[in-house]
Design a protein around this ligand. Structure first.
Ligand code: PGA
Length: 257
């Protein structure tokens, strides 16, 4: 059975407690659109306050450390996130790969740590503009994904439940320049083939592949109508309930059609 569309807001480094009212509005709206799984990954400081109040939305984090505990000043472990109410963690976002030098092997270790702590994982991948221009986008993304996915051990359990992939071309993030439907369909098709190869027919076909990169109310319907798109990872447009829920509604309507 196909899973519900998954619409995840990545708040990045935005939001103080003043944003709790926005989270409440998103939660209320999500209760009217149960065909869609709506989630927010706020900054660490808002995970617990949002989790405590939320009735419908799921709360997650934007990163975690790869070890369970230790002398790592300023870092947060997956178990701490789970303790605060997080149910998932976004890993391998290009902003972390670029600004923090995170490599595939580290992201894989983080994914394993997150699964061991009972969190679900949204694993991000995506090519730069230069890589796309020289025609190497597919090869790059497949290699990056293969090297960053968790070690499908026992911790993984049902991969389609625990794992989500997010394709986010770097040149489309925060630029207002979304990938075309044809580009998204082609890349998601390649990612699907890789997931089937790694996790088998049943689970490999059920793992949701999100698209991310300038998803907005104006282009959401087109994105969700694209083959192999199982939802969206939304940055800027997730910061207000108004724009975020228009996107969630577009996903619900695609389900109905
Ligand atoms: P954007 O960000 O929607 O602002 O382009 C997406 C993301 O980085 O997850």
């Amino acid at each position: 059975m196909a899973q519900r569309p998954y619409i995840v807001g990545n708040w990045k480094m935005h939001g103080t407690r003043a944003m709790l009212s926005e989270a409440r509005a998103i939660d209320r709206a999500a209760q009217r659109h149960m065909k869609v799984e709506v989630a927010i990954a706020p900054p660490y400081t808002l995970i617990h306050p949002i989790h405590r109040e939320a009735e419908q939305i799921v709360v997650g984090a934007q990163d975690c450390h790869h070890e369970a505990e230790g002398a790592h000043t300023g870092d947060i472990s997956a178990a701490m996130l789970a303790d605060a109410g997080a149910k998932f963690v976004i890993l391998g976002h290009s902003e972390r790969r670029q600004a923090h030098g995170e490599k595939d092997a580290l992201i894989r270790a983080k994914a394993d740590a997150a699964l061991a702590a009972g969190l679900r994982v949204i694993l991000c991948c995506g090519e730069s503009e230069e890589t796309r221009e020289v025609g190497k986008a597919v090869a790059f993304v497949k290699r990056q994904l293969k090297a960053s996915l968790p070690e499908a051990g026992e911790e993984l359990g049902d991969a389609s439940e625990r794992l989500t992939v997010a394709y986010e071309p770097i040149w489309a993030i925060g630029t207002g320049k979304s990938a075309t439907a044809a580009d998204i369909a082609a890349m998601h098709g390649e990612i699907r083939a890789l997931l089937v190869e790694l996790y088998g027919d049943v689970q490999g076909n059920e793992i949701r592949i999100l698209y991310g990169g300038s998803v907005k109310p104006e282009n959401a319907a087109e994105v969700f109508a694209t083959p192999e798109v199982g939802g969206a990872l939304v940055g800027g447009a997730s910061l207000t309930a108004d724009s975020f829920m228009v996107i969630a509604l577009a996903a619900a309507e695609t389900e109905d059609s």
